[in-house]
Design a protein around this ligand. Structure first.
Ligand code: IPT
Length: 987
C-alpha cells in the first residue's frame, strides 16, 4: 500500500523549499521486520522501501537486475534484443552506467544521437518491462578509458571526484545533459527508472561535500527516485551522514579477477552481511549493487572461457543463494551482458572483448549460467514469502560441514532453508537432514529418502507454503515456479538428475487422494492429512498428477537439472503473475494470448536445433504458435501437457571466404621519412602540464596536453647533427600493453614496451652529423588509466617523459623541436558519428583509409595471409558480403590465425568502425564480434585492417569470417547504423 498519509504530504511540501534529510526512526529489528511502513525520500511515493525490499508502485519486489552498457554494443537495434533476453531470464531490472566521455569529445560538446541515443536504451528496457537503475557517475570505473571521464578532463587542473569549483563546473556540465534523459525516463513520468546511483564505489579519498554536490544537482535537475550508493564492500562509506544516499549498498566480487585458476574461488562466502546491515542501514533493504557476474580479463590473460568457468552456474548457485540467505533483496549482477569495448573504449589493462564470462555472451548467446539465473529469478519472483523474512538458526544433522540459514516469513508460517557447504569450493557430496517446524507438524526432512548437497551447490528448500490452491508442507526439491492453470495448479521443482526428492502437500482427506504418473521412481503415501511423494529426479521432466487432495488438482513437474534449465515461464500477464510454461527451446522471449483467438498462445523465441517441446497451458488454450507459425501439438495426457516439435530449418547463410578475397595493400607510415611534411602538426612546446606523470626537462611530450586522446600517436623530433651526439635517451609512458617504435631518418631503430630505452650504438651512417635529423616515434596506446582510488590516476600521461640527446654538452636551448600528431582534428572530431574513441593517429586513419568508399584502386593487390614481411604500418582493404536470411540470428566474427612469434598489432575497421585492437604477441583475443547493425548482414561490407609492426617487419596471418552460432530466431529487426563513407569526411 502506498503511504499517502499526512506525514508524506508534509515532507513533500518541505521538499519543495528545502532539502529533506531523512532521519530514520530506529525501530527494533523485530518491530521493523513486522512493520508495514514505507521508507520514502519524500520526493516520490512510487518507489519506497522497508527493511526487506523495495516497493515499486506499492508492490514489493525482489529487484533482480543485471548490468548492461549500451556503449559496449554499438547497435541500438540490439539493445532491444538484449533487454528481451533479460526479461526471458526473469530479470526485472537493468543497471546502466552512463559514460560521460562517450558523449563528450570536447568541453561543452555533447552528443546523444545515433549509437549514443540513450533514449533507445530506456525504451528497450521499458518495452521489455525492465526497471532501470541509472548510474551516471560522473565517475563510473568499468574498465573504461579514464574510468568514464571524458579525455578532455585530463587537462583540468583541480582534482576530479572532489568538491572544488572547477570540478563542480565540469560535473555539472555533464549532469545537466544526462539528467535531461534520466529525469524524463523516471517512473514518475511513466518511464522505467526506479533508482539513481550517486558516484561509483567512492570509498577511497572520499569527499562528502562532493557527494552532497552531486545529490543536490540530481535533485535540482528533477531526479526524484531514491538515490543509491555502491560502497566497495560493506564498509559503511556514506552509509549515514553527509553524502549518504536513500538506500546504501555495496559491491562484491568474491571470485576476484584472475581467471587463470578458475576453480580457486579465493574467497568464501560472506556470512557477516546480515549483521552489518542490521548495524548499518537496517531500515533499508539489503542491496548489492554490483555482485560478480563474471570477470574482466587482461591482455595476455587466459581468455573469457576461463572467466566463465570461474564464474559459472555453480558459482551462481553458491554465491547468489548465499546473498539471498544473508538478506540481499536488491541484486545487480555485473555484468549480465558484457559486450565489446570497441575502439578506444577500454582502459589499458583490458582488451576489446568485454565478454566478461557473463550470463549472456558477447555475441548475445545463452549460457548455462543464464539459465541458472532464470531458475533463481523466477523463484524469487514467484514465492512471495521469501521477500519478508527474518533469520533463524535451524537444526540439522551435518552442521559441521553444511551451513543452513533459516529464513522465516514474518507474515505467514512459510520458512526457507538455504543449504550450502561451509567451504564454498567443497567438492563433497553430502547427505543431510533438517528439523522443520510447520503448521502441519514437526519433522526431520527428508523423511524417507536421501537429501544430497553436491559440491559447489546450494539449495533453497521451502516449507509451509500456501500457493495457488495448495499448501506445501515441504519440498526437498527446489521450486522454479508455480501457476494456477484454471482447473488445476502446476508447480515445477528440480534438483540434479539422480538425486532423490521429497515433496509433501496437505490434503483434505487421506482416502480421496489419487496420484498418477508414468515415472516408476515415484512413491506416494498419505498419512495424517499429508501426501508425501518421493522420487528420483529424472533425465528430463516427470509429471505427477495429484487429484482429490486440495480444492484443485495439482500437477507436479519434477525436473532433472538439465531439463529444468530449459523450462521457461514467460508472463502472459505480469500484473496478475500469469505465466505460460514451456520446456525445450534455447530461448523463449515472450508469450501472449492471441488477441483474435483467445485459445491460442503466441510464443516468440530462438532455437539452435530441432527441439521437442512440452507446454503447460491454462484451461481454454488449445493451440500455440512459435514465431508466428502454428505448432502441431499433441495432448499427451489429460493434465494439460502438450508436446510438439519445433523444427530447425537449416538456413542458407552465405558470407565471403576472406582467404580467397582480393585485398588492396598500401604502406602507411610516411611519417618515418625525414622529408615528410609535418608543418601542419602541432608543435609540442608546453612547459607545464596537469598530468600526474612527472617529466624531465624540456617540452611536454604528452599527447593529451595537445588535444590528442585516442589510439596511436606520432611524435617527430627534428635536430641538427653534431659530432658530439652519441645517441638518444627516450622514456615512453603509456598503459599496459602499449608499445613504441623508433625510427631515425627513416631507419627502424627498434620496437619496445613502454619504459626507457637508450640508443647508444648509433653509427655515422644513421645520423647526419652535418645537417638535419628526424626521429619519428610511433606510440601504440591502450587508453588512459581509471581513477578507482580518486587520486587522479586517470591523468597519467600518454607520451614521452624523457627525450634527450646524449653526448651534447652546454645546451643553451632545447636541441630537439618536437611535433605531435594524433587523431585528425583532435577534440574537433573528423568523424562525430563514430565518436571520440573510434580513430587514432595513424596516417591511414587521419586520411580516412578505414572508411567505406575510400578510393583504393591505385593500391597494390594483395592476398591474406600476406606473402611479404612489411615494415612500419601497413593497410589492407577489401569488401565482403554477408547474407543471413530474416528469421535467423547468426552473430558474426572475424578471427585472426597466426603464431605469436612476431610482434605486431592491428586495428580492425568494419564499415569504418574500429571493432578491435589485436596484439599478435600478447593475445589472448583472436576473435572479434561484428555486431549486426554495424555489420550489414544482408549485403556488402568494407573491411580495413591497419597493421603496426613493432618488430622491424610483420606479416599478417590468416583472417577468417565466421558465425559464432546459428539460431532460428525472433531477434527484433535491427536497423543499420549510420556509417558515413569517405565522401562525407570532414577534412
Ligand atoms: C567495480 C567497479 O565498480 C565496476 O565499475 C567495475 O570496474 C568492476 O569493479 C570490475 O569489473 S570495483 C570492485 C572490483 C572493487
Amino acid at each position: 500500500m502506498l503511504l499517502k498519509g499526512a506525514l508524506t504530504s508534509i515532507s513533500l511540501a518541505i521538499a519543495a523549499v528545502t532539502t529533506v534529510i531523512a532521519v530514520p526512526v530506529r525501530l527494533s529489528l523485530e518491530a521493523r521486520q513486522k512493520s508495514d511502513s514505507n521508507g520514502t525520500n519524500g520526493l516520490t511515493d512510487l518507489v519506497t522501501w522497508d527493511t526487506h525490499t523495495l516497493k515499486v508502485n506499492g508492490e514489493r519486489l525482489f529487484l533482480f537486475s543485471g548490468e548492461f552498457h549500451y556503449y559496449r554494443l554499438p547497435s541500438p537495434g540490439l539493445w532491444t534484443d538484449i533487454m528481451q533476453k533479460f526479461k526471458a531470464l526473469d530479470y526485472n531490472g537493468v543497471s546502466f552506467y552512463f559514460f560521460w566521455g562517450y558523449h563528450s569529445p570536447k568541453r561543452g560538446v555533447y552528443d546523444f544521437t545515433g549509437i549514443r541515443d540513450i533514449q533507445k536504451a530506456f525504451d528497450a528496457a521499458a518495452d521489455s518491462g525492465i526497471h532501470v537503475i541509472t548510474r551516471a557517475g560522473p565517475y563510473i570505473n568499468s574498465e573504461l578509458d579514464c574510468g568514464g571521464f571524458p579525455s578532455w578532463l585530463q587537462n583540468m587542473q583541480s582534482p576530479a571526484r572532489k568538491y572544488n569549483p572547477e570540478n563542480k563546473e565540469a560535473s555539472h556540465e555533464w549532469l545537466t545533459e544526462i539528467d535531461k534523459y534520466m529525469t524524463a525516463n523516471q517512473i514518475t513520468k511513466g518511464g522505467p527508472v526506479i533508482l539513481n546511483q550517486i558516484e561509483n564505489e567512492f570509498s577511497y579519498n572520499t569527499d562528502a561535500e562532493y557527494m552532497e554536490m552531486l545529490k543536490a544537482k540530481f535533485r535540482d535537475d528533477g531526479m526524484v527516485v531514491p538515490t543509491i550508493f555502491n560502497d566497495v564492500g560493506p564498509n559503511g562509506n556514506f552509509a549515514t551522514g553527509p553524502g549518504a544516499p536513500d538506500i546504501y549498498g555495496w559491491d562484491n566480487y568474491p571470485a576476484g579477477f584472475d581467471c587463470s585458476n578458475p576453480l580457486a574461488w579465493p574467497n568464501d562466502r560472506s556470512t557477516d552481511w546480515r549483521d552489518f546491515h542490521e548495524r548499518t542501514n537496517g531500515e533499508q533493504p539489503m542491496a548489492v549493487y554490483e555482485f560478480q557476474g563474471g570477470a574482466f580479463d587482461p591482455w595476455g590473460g587466459p581468455g573469457y572461457p576461463e572467466c566463465y568457468k570461474m564464474v559459472n552456474e555453480q558459482y551462481a548457485k553458491v554465491y547468489y543463494k548465499n546473498n539471498y540467505a544473508q538478506g540481499i533483496r536488491i541484486q545487480n549482477l555485473y555484468m549480465t551482458y558484457g559486450g565489446t569495448s570497441w575502439g578506444g573504449l577500454p582502459k589499458p589493462s583490458v582488451y576489446t572483448s568485454y565478454d566478461y564470462g557473463a550470463a549472456i555472451t558477447e555475441p548475445g548467446l545463452m549460457t548455462t549460467k543464464a539459465y541458472e539465473n532464470k531458475l533463481q529469478a523466477a523463484f524469487l519472483h514467484t514465492v512471495k514469502p521469501f521477500l519478508t523474512t527474518k533469520y533463524f538458526k535451524p537444526e540439522s544433522d551435518r552442521s559441521d560441514i553444511i551451513l543452513i540459514d533459516g529464513l522465516a516469513d514474518v507474515n505467514t508460517p512459510t520458512k526457507f532453508y538455504v543449504a550450502q557447504h561451509w567451504s564454498t569450493k567443497s567438492e563433497e557430496l553430502d547427505e543431510f537432514h533438517i528439523k522443520i517446524e510447520t503448521t502441519n507438524g514437526n519433522f526431520e526432512i527428508p523423511r524417507s529418502s536421501k537429501l544430497i548437497l553436491n559440491g559447489r551447490d546450494a539449495k533453497i528448500l521451502t516449507t509451509d507454503y500456501d500457493f495457488n490452491s495448495q499448501h506445501l508442507v515441504y519440498s526437498t526439491s527446489e521450486i522454479f515456479t508455480h501457476q494456477d492453470a484454471g482447473s488445476h495448479d502446476v508447480i515445477i521443482v528440480y534438483a540434479y538428475e539422480k538425486e532423490e526428492g521429497e515433496f509433501a502437500i496437505k490434503v483434505k482427506d487421506d482416502t480421496k487422494v489419487k496420484v498418477e504418473t508414468n515415472d516408476d521412481s515415484v512413491k506416494s503415501e498419505t498419512n495424517d492429512g499429508i501426501l508425501q511423494l518421493t522420487y528420483t529426479h529424472p533425465n528430463g521432466t516427470s509429471p505427477i498428477y495429484i487429484s482429490g487432495g486440495a480444492e484443485k488438482d495439482l500437477l507436479v513437474l519434477v525436473a532433472g537439472y538439465q531439463s529444468a534449465l530449459r523450462w521457461w515461464a514467460p508472463y502472459l500477464n505480469e500484473k496478475e503473475g500469469k505465466r505460460a510454461l514451456i520446456n525445450g527451446p534455447y530461448l523463449v522471449r515472450s508469450a501472449a494470448v492471441s488477441k483474435d483467438d483467445k485459445s491460442t498462445v503466441a510464443f516468440t523465441g530462438d532455437i539452435d536445433e530441432t527441439t521437442d517441446i512440452q507446454v503447460v497451458l491454462p484451461d481454454g488454450i488449445k493451440a500455440i504458435t512459435w514465431n508466428g507459425e502454428k505448432v502441431q501439438l499433441e495432448e499427451k495426457d489429460k493434465h494439460g501437457i502438450y508436446t510438439g516439435t519445433l523444427e530447425f530449418k537449416k538456413p542458407d547463410i552465405k558470407y565471403t571466404d576472406l582467404t580467397k578475397a582480393t585485398w588492396k595493400y598500401k604502406a602507411g607510415s610516411p611519417e618515418t621519412d625525414p622529408k615528410f611534411d609535418d608543418s601542419k602538426w602541432i608543435t609540442a612546446d608546453h612547459l607545464s602540464t596537469n598530468s600526474t606523470t612527472p617529466h624531465d626537462a624540456g617540452p611536454i611530450l604528452y599527447a593529451d596536453d595537445y588535444g590528442f586522446h585516442t589510439g596511436c600517436l606520432w611524435f617527430r623530433g627534428t635536430f641538427n647533427g653534431s659530432s658530439e651526439i652519441t645517441g638518444f635517451d627516450l622514456t615512453a609512458h603509456s598503459g599496459a600493453a602499449s608499445a613504441w617504435v623508433a625510427y631515425l631518418n627513416g631507419e627502424y631503430l627498434g620496437g619496445f614496451d613502454v619504459g626507457n630505452h637508450a640508443f647508444t650504438d648509433l653509427n655515422d651512417t644513421l645520423i647526419n652529423r652535418e645537417g638535419e635529423n628526424v626521429i619519428s616515434l610511433l606510440l601504440w596506446t591502450t587508453g588512459h588509466e581509471d581513477d578507482f582510488k580518486a587520486d587522479d590516476d586517470y591523468k597519467q600521461a600518454r607520451g614521452f617523459t624523457k627525450a634527450e640527446l646524449l653526448g651534447v654538452t652546454n645546451q643553451t636551448t632545447w636541441p630537439i623541436v618536437w611535433k605531435v600528431q594524433g587523431n585528425f582534428g583532435g577534440e574537433d572530431l573528423a568523424d562525430p558519428v563514430r565518436g571520440p574513441y573510434n580513430e587514432g593517429g595513424l596516417y591511414g586513419e587521419r586520411n580516412g583509409w578505414h572508411l567505406p568508399g575510400f578510393p583504393d584502386n591505385d593500391w597494390e593487390d594483395a592476398k591474406i595471409p600476406e606473402s611479404k614481411e612489411r615494415t612500419g604500418v601497413s593497410w589492407y582493404r577489401t569488401t565482403f558480403d554477408v547474407n543471413i536470411p530474416d528469421g535467423y540470428d547468426a552473430p558474426m566474427s572475424l578471427r585472426y590465425v597466426d603464431d605469436t612469434k612476431s610482434r605486431y598489432r592491428t586495428l580492425l575497421y568494419v564499415n569504418g568502425w574500429n571493432l578491435g585492437r589485436y596484439a599478435n604477441d600478447l593475445g589472448p583475443q583472436t576473435q572479434y564480434y561484428l555486431p549486426k547493425g554495424i555489420l550489414n548482414t544482408q549485403g556488402e561490407n568494407t573491411l580495413a585492417i591497419g597493421v603496426v609492426a613493432i618488430d622491424e617487419a610483420a606479416q599478417l596471418g590468416q583472417v577468417i569470417l565466421e558465425p559464432y552460432d546459428v539460431l532460428q530466431s525472433a531477434i527484433p529487426s535491427v536497423e543499420l547504423v549510420d556509417s558515413p563513407g569517405y565522401d562525407k569526411r570532414q577534412q
